[in-house]
Design a protein around this ligand. Structure first.
Ligand code: NAD
Length: 236
């Protein structure tokens, strides 16, 4: 027997593209961050072991940029969905623009730029807000603090929780992800066959089975989708 979906549950799955119009660069577009930095120099456990200062400076610059950016129309529209739905935002983003737009349930799969964690005990996580980190910052165990970011080669966070939400959602909207980073992108396959499922992006690697793709900018298209859903109409 198929799963009984709760019509009130909505999952929004987002990637770097939703924050692009807030002025935060994506990783893979032509002006993306990976054209300027080598992944292995700044976003791997090996990079941290070799040159922690370079890693901290990279994330300090990301933090400066992300904490001074503002939520755009797409982040705000998603927050409005809470007027009528139980909404879970599952994001690959490390910025906090969903929270600042008013979304109350945000699951970060790849960490959060405004947090640091112990390099000895990953359960020791600290809010650092806009602060720039230095190599002298330590946790309560006196171990160096590292950015609370999932680096290449590390496990993503909150996977089981995200999978459970997506399995039971009646509506799933994907915004601004190339769907090329796994296992995060693989979560979309856990959605129900019966759920209404759509993707908004400029480009995607491969449209997963059962999803409808609309090409366009998040700030133009997301408010239209949200309006339809608030009127209890289908959008895809
Ligand atoms: P990605 O860089 O691989 O892909 C971004 C996608 O967004 C592309 O498909 C692109 O076509 C689309 N896009 C660009 N501008 C758009 C717009 N205005 N409207 C709609 N779509 C737009 O990003 P990803 O899939 O999220 O995966 C990359 C990883 O990069 C993630 O793990 C994430 O943690 C990290 N990242 C995060 C941020 C952030 O927190 N804002 C920024 C850069 C990278």
């Amino acid at each position: 027997m198929g799963r009984v979906l709760n019509k009130n549950k909505v999952v929004i799955f987002t990637g770097a593209g939703i924050s692009a119009e807030s002025g935060i660069r994506t990783f893979r577009d032509s002006d993306g961050l990976w054209n300027e930095y080598l992944v292995e120099d700044v976003a791997t456990p090996g990079a941290w072991a070799r040159n922690p200062e370079l890693v901290l400076n990279f994330y300090n610059d990301c933090r400066d940029q992300m904490t001074s950016a503002l939520p755009n129309a797409a982040h705000k529209a998603i927050a409005e969905l809470e007027e009528k739905y139980e909404v879970i935002v599952i994001t690959q983003n490390i910025d906090d623009l969903h929270e600042r737009a008013g979304s109350s349930n945000v699951i970060h799969l790849h960490g959060e730029i405004s947090k640091a964690r112990s390099s000895l005990d990953e359960t020791l996580i600290y809010d650092i807000g806009k602060k720039r980190m230095t190599k002298d910052d330590t946790c309560e165990l006196r171990s160096p603090l590292r950015p609370h970011i999932v680096w290449f080669g590390e496990n993503i966070l909150n996977y089981d929780e995200a999978r459970n939400y997506i399995k039971n959602a009646a509506r799933v909207l994907v915004v601004g992800s190339s769907l090329s980073v796994y296992p995060a992108a693989g979560l979309l396959k856990k959605a129900s066959f019966h759920a209404e499922k759509g993707i908004i992006s400029l480009e995607v690697d491969k449209v997963p089975y059962g999803y409808q793709f609309k090409r366009g900018k998040a700030s133009n298209l997301v408010p239209c989708i949200v309006e339809s859903w608030l009127n209890r109409e289908r959008a895809f």
